[in-house]
Design a protein around this ligand. Structure first.
Ligand SMILES: *Cc1c(COP(=O)(O)O)cnc(C)c1O
Length: 811
């Protein structure tokens, strides 16, 4: 480890300010300082990056390529400093220069190249791959616009473009000479060669260049630097610098150039809802084709053997079905460019590709209109068609009992191409992301596929990097933990379990309480700065931060708040522990009901926060533009973690893990990874309520739930729904009617009313427990102690051992 003193670090800052930016420290802005610190990190890691790649080439071990349409990496300066061992010295140097490190690090614009959990998972996985010394790299798209920036105006969500590349991004390196060419559209011609085999040629295709930009992924204090490669779309130019198209009719055509650059123009702001746009399909093929071309080039460079041995050197993990065109694309390259037979190509492909499923929500299962795929990617479509033919024939002849199910298994059915089916058929591993999710896949959603390929299905419960989400985001808690149990937990997060020995020591619990309280004060300040609202740092900080979706049930939370408000209006003297409800959530721009819920939360906030009868006992805060940086501020200060999805709907969740690791107690349904948290900490250390997944699925299958009956019998529910219907919260009386109608006329599809009563009762228990400080703190520390299991290091080790069959490269 390099021994860099704060003195030397300060000198580096002042020197670099002069040499890189031509200014003296006294004239430097926070942004100038940000750039020079990033440059100091780059200077440190660039040689290590080179060495890592050289070592990988020498050892020539199997490498992992994680293909994902999203990488929600967030800000990188602080975590890069942490991982390369310079965070403490940087903090100290900045303080000695009279600067606030937080302000400097905050100058980085989050790389918001993801919607939510799925994209953040990919980022956590990269951190663990490098930190555990696996040769694993990410491939994604360098969207010029990341996830939209959210503003709240008059309570409504307004979306602004997120132009994160406006200023130089110091972490990327453009690799122009590694560009590859992608073909869309065109005609496919088939020839019979002398040996009787077929040859395929393509003509009149539209060509697009894919230019890679590499971002270093720094392992924690191990000098391993892996790569996140993001592809950017550019027009193809010929020698005369004119746009090269088949017949040059687009000579100097800027519209054409623009339409090509659109391919990596922006990230679709949809989370778990399928957005069926041709541009999105183009993006998917663009990612897949450029990545696979590069993977094959690399294999050929390092191996002078046949591509038949690709599975010994390469595994491609596809994050959800978005990159599932990897299957026909690899087939295409092997057959059309490498002269493989169908069978030989299939053998290789199905040993290289592994698929992670992220959802069972039917509206989120991707399909593409057959005609669209055929027009955009004619050769790829032919290959999918052939995969489908062979697959269906195989069932017909070999699995007579399943003949009737062929329409529900066929990759192409009802003029749609079903991407999950393609992904299952064309891969050697299909994994769910939490135990219950994998069980639902096997027993319900994909049961026929499970019967066909039982060995393919496996579970890999998600995780989060404890380095970012504890060590970096909550330094006070991290150092208290280290004071108590020593620093081994940083390399071996399961060792957090040693905290259990101290979980009854009241003087120690006191210290945990102080850390939480300090964090709450910091968040309270931040809330004041951002909203002008004063919140009581002695109140319970009750947090729900995640994408806005009906199944995540922010509505249940706000109904509880309205209920508390109604009660306080009737009896203002009620002795309740003050509560601060904190929300952060973006809604997909086209998701009307989700936006209505945002408006409702903000409207209720504007009433409750200023009602003198409430005397500050309730505060409702909606923090706009929820992203990684905001998550890092909220999570260390949370007392309560709301994980209240309709059971069976949340595949895993990872917000639940981040909050648990920071000592928040979970109010949750038995859904996703909540179940595995519950297995570890027990009912006595979390607040479980509501329908189980089996009960929910039973209602869906057999009926028997009547939302109107609850409305008619529960006065609290009736009151709230009538308040919505009568415009008591609206600026006009049709506002919030859609929420009312959805619950009463669509029979409350997410069981908000069904779980209302148990939810209210659970919150009464929460409040009583909170007053019993030692019990609460004991529960909190118990949760931290068990959170080591949810480090993504554990998840990545499981992928490495069970699916990828790879070992740590050295060390
Ligand atoms: C962790 C995280 C998520 C996922 O949260 P869930 O509660 O699991 O849905 C979404 N967005 C951001 C910014 C995150 O950090």
């Amino acid at each position: 480890m390099l021994e860099l003193t704060a003195e030397a670090f300060k000198e580096k800052i002042t020197n670099k300010l002069k040499t890189d930016r031509g200014i003296e420290i006294g004239d430097a802005s926070d942004k100038d300082i940000y750039y020079v610190i990033a440059a100091i990190v780059n200077e440190e890691i660039m040689p290590q990056w080179y060495d890592t790649q050289k070592k990988y080439e020498e050892k020539n071990n199997k490498q992992i390529f994680y293909l994902s349409m999203e990488f929600l990496v967030g800000n990188l300066l602080q975590s890069n400093l942490l991982n390369c061992g310079m965070l403490d010295v940087s903090n100290q140097a900045l303080k000695e220069l009279g600067l606030d490190p937080e302000n400097i690090y905050a100058k980085e614009h989050d790389a918001a190249l993801g919607n939510g959990g799925l994209g953040r998972l990919a980022a956590c996985f990269l951190d663990s791959l490098a930190s555990l010394n696996y040769a694993g790299h990410g491939y994604g798209i360098r969207y010029r616009y990341g996830l939209f920036e959210q503003r709240i105006i008059n309570g409504n969500q307004v979306e602004l473009p997120d132009y994160w590349l406006k200023n130089d991004y110091p972490w990327e390196t453009k690799k122009e000479d590694e560009a590859v060419c992608i073909h869309f559209h065109g005609d496919v011609h088939m020839f019979k060669k002398n040996d009787g085999t077929l040859e395929f040629n393509y003509e009149n295709t539209d060509k697009v260049m894919a230019i890679p930009y590499d971002i270093p992924i720094i392992g924690y204090e191990n000098k391993v630097i892996n790569t996140l490669r993001l592809w950017s779309a550019e027009a193809v130019y010929d020698e005369q610098e004119t746009l090269a198209t088949e017949n040059n009719e687009f000579y100097h055509d800027l519209d054409h150039k623009h339409s090509i650059e659109q391919i990596s123009g922006f990230l679709y702001p949809d989370d778990s809802n399928h957005e069926g746009k041709e541009l999105r399909l183009k993006q998917q093929y663009f990612l897949v084709s450029s990545s696979i071309q590069h993977i094959i080039k690399n294999f050929k460079k390092n191996n002078h053997t046949s591509l038949r041995r690709l599975p010994e050197k390469v595994v491609i993990q596809i994050n959800d079905t978005h990159p599932s065109l990897a299957i026909p694309e690899l087939m295409r390259i092997l057959m059309d460019e490498e002269n493989f037979s169908w069978n030989a190509a299939w053998e290789v492909t199905t040993k290289v590709i592994a698929y992670t499923n992220h959802t069972t929500l039917s509206e989120a299962l991707e399909t593409w209109p057959k005609g669209m795929l055929e027009h955009l990617l004619p050769r790829i479509y032919m290959i999918i068609d052939e995969i489908n033919e062979r697959f269906c024939k195989g069932i017909w002849y070999d699995h007579e009992a399943l003949r009737d199910t062929i329409p529900s298994l066929a990759i192409i059915a009802d003029d749609q191409v079903h991407m999950a089916r393609l992904a299952i058929v064309g891969s050697f591993s299909v994994n769910g992301v939490a135990r219950i999710h994998t069980e639902i896949l096997k027993k319900q959603e994909m049961k026929h596929f499970y019967n066909l390929f039982p060995d393919r299905f496996n579970n890999k419960t998600n995780g989060i990097t404890h380095r970012r989400w504890l060590l970096q985001a909550n330094p006070n808690l991290a150092s208290l933990i280290t004071d108590v149990i020593g620093p081994q937990w940083i390399k071996r997060p399961k060792q957090l379990i040693s905290l259990l020995k101290y979980s009854k020591d009241s003087s120690l619990l006191e210290k945990f309480d102080q850390v939480k309280h300090e964090n709450k004060k910091i968040l309270a300040n931040h809330i004041y700065e951002r909203t002008g609202i004063l919140v009581d740092d002695q109140s319970i900080f009750d947090v729900q931060i995640k994408r806005l979706h009906e199944y995540k049930r922010q509505l249940l939370n706000i109904f509880h708040i309205i209920y508390l408000y109604n009660e306080l209006k009737v009896n203002p003297n009620q002795d309740i522990t003050p509560r601060t409800f904190i929300f952060g959530a973006k809604a997909a721009p086209s998701y009307h009901l989700a936006k209505e819920v945002i408006k409702l939360i903000n409207t209720v906030a504007s009433i409750v926060n200023y009602d003198p009868d409430i005397r500050g006992k309730l505060k409702v805060i909606f923090l706009e533009n929820y992203n990684v940086s905001l998550a890092e501020k909220i999570i260390p200060a949370a007392d309560i973690s709301e994980q209240i999805s309709t059971a069976s709907k949340e595949a895993s969740g990872t917000g639940n893990m981040k909050l648990m690791m920071n000592g928040a107690l979970t109010v949750g349904t038995l859904d996703g990874a909540n179940i595995e948290i519950n297995d570890l900490v027990g009912n006595q250390n979390m607040f479980i309520f509501g329908l189980t997944a089996d009960e929910v699925m039973d209602y869906y299958q057999h009926g028997g739930f009547d939302a109107t009956a609850i409305y008619n019998t529960d006065d609290r529910v009736k009151r709230i729904l009538d308040q919505l219907n009568q415009g008591e919260f609206g600026s006009h009386d049709i506002e919030f009617k859609d929420i009312y109608y959805n619950i009463l006329y669509h029979n409350d599809p997410y069981f908000v009313l069904k779980d209302f009563e148990p939810y209210i009762e659970t919150h009464e228990i929460v409040e009583r427990t909170y007053r019993d400080r030692l019990t609460w703190l004991n529960m909190s520390v118990t949760n931290i102690a068990h959170s080591g299991k949810f480090s993504s290091d554990r998840t990545i080790r499981e992928y490495a051992t069970d699916i990828w069959k790879v070992k740590q490269v050295w060390g």
